[in-house]
Write a protein that binds this ligand. Structure first.
Ligand SMILES: NC(=O)c1ccc[n+]([C@@H]2O[C@H](COP(=O)([O-])OP(=O)(O)OC[C@H]3O[C@@H](n4cnc5c(N)ncnc54)[C@H](O)[C@@H]3O)[C@@H](O)[C@H]2O)c1
Length: 330
């Protein structure tokens, strides 16, 4: 049995807490949040509560720690957890601060290998099939990738206040997908960010719309488009354009019913948000983390992947801010 502590009982923390509760090989022993109101939630999960992440991490009864706090806290907490002999599941991004993340991963690769990063789309069935279809080579080499991810509008900006901005928060997942799919390293990016949804993003130095084109040395491009407002529900469309055809996935629409009337054809909305769309991917992600610890296998997604995605997101952010293409070096 793997004894787990979860730090940060917000939006994603609750998803992981539920999945951990349903995981027979794990016991969710402690929940930690700086907000005392989370004590009631801990009780619902049958876990002890603490407001001190340090004391939870230092508890010898804990084997693994889930870090579900805002981005700027990730490396400090992960480092402390690894120093205390824990396995770590760390939500994306690996941190807000690229230099801090780089120091952690590059100066101590053995510690970095004990950290699994929360790129849940890696465990999604549709994404897995997409990767397989591309890797089979049946449609030739990749020439262009186009990823379109749009989130439904959020009720309050407070939810996004500590995320590190649209490139490190939202585009981070698309960037990880692109880096995984592309056969070569990304060497450059040109990005643009705008504020069309709500001026509060601009007031906080962020964007609510973003587009970035990344490229490799041989000229393969990947264009990612993000928006913080999709009135018709969460949208996720990927097209891989290859020399011999295309491979693509659309927004999941299992339960979609099409109707026609005098006003035209209508489709029901796709699942409300990524939290619903990727429900089963989050479950598999949690199972994979526990399974890897139990079997002594390496994590399939490590801090190295987190650092690679953060480098690319950071470069896209700089490009959008300065209006210039950015060269990406190792
Ligand atoms: N993989 C995904 O699909 C996904 C989805 C949402 C969020 N995230 C990531 O998860 C992280 C958290 O996002 P969220 O939307 O759940 O945020 P949130 O604001 O809803 O929750 C964060 C929680 O952490 C607590 N907290 C803050 N600092 C703390 C500290 N030092 N110690 C203990 N608790 C602390 C807050 O009180 C809050 O309850 C972010 O890095 C975000 O990018 C990932």
């Amino acid at each position: 049995m793997i004894n787990v502590a979860l730090i940060g009982m917000g939006r994603i923390g609750r998803i992981h807490a539920t999945n951990l509760s349903n995981e027979p090989r794990a016991s969710l022993r402690m929940i930690c949040d700086i907000q005392a109101s989370s004590e009631n939630i801990a009780e619902q999960y049958g876990a002890a509560f603490s407001a001190s992440p340090e004391s939870v991490i230092q508890d010898p009864a804990i084997d693994a720690v889930f870090i579900c706090t805002p981005a700027h806290t990730h490396i400090d907490l992960a480092k402390l957890a690894v120093q205390n002999g824990k396995y770590v599941f760390c939500e994306k991004p690996i941190d807000e601060d690229l230099e801090k993340a780089r120091r952690f991963v590059e100066t101590d690769p053995a510690s970095a290998a004990k950290v699994m990063i929360g790129f849940h789309r890696r465990y999604d069935e549709a994404h897995r099939k997409l990767r397989q279809a591309v890797e089979s080579g049946a449609r030739g080499g990749i020439e262009q990738i186009i990823i379109n991810s749009r989130d439904p509008q959020i009720g309050s900006y407070a939810v996004l206040a500590n995320t590190g901005g649209i490139f490190r928060d939202m585009m981070m997942h698309d960037i990880d997908q692109a880096a995984l799919l592309l056969p070569e390293k990304i060497v450059g990016v040109f990005a643009r960010g705008t504020c069309l949804v709500d001026p509060i993003f601009a007031k906080n130095g962020d964007f609510d719309n973003a587009v970035a084109t990344f490229w490799t040395n041989s000229g393969v491009t990947c264009t990612i488009i993000n928006s913080r407002r999709s009135l018709f529900g969460f949208q996720q469309v990927i097209e891989i354009y290859c020399s011999g055809g295309t491979v693509s996935i659309g927004t999941q629409a299992e339960a979609t019913v099409s109707t026609r009337d005098g006003a035209g054809e209508h489709l029901s909305k796709p699942p409300g948000h990524f939290l619903e769309r990727y429900q089963s991917a989050y479950q598999v992600e949690c199972q994979t983390f526990i399974e890897s610890i139990e079997s002594g296998k390496a994590f399939p997604v490590t801090a190295l992947d987190g650092l690679r995605a953060l480098k690319l997101a950071d470069a896209a952010d700089r490009s959008a801010r300065f209006g210039q293409p950015v060269t990406i070096k190792d």
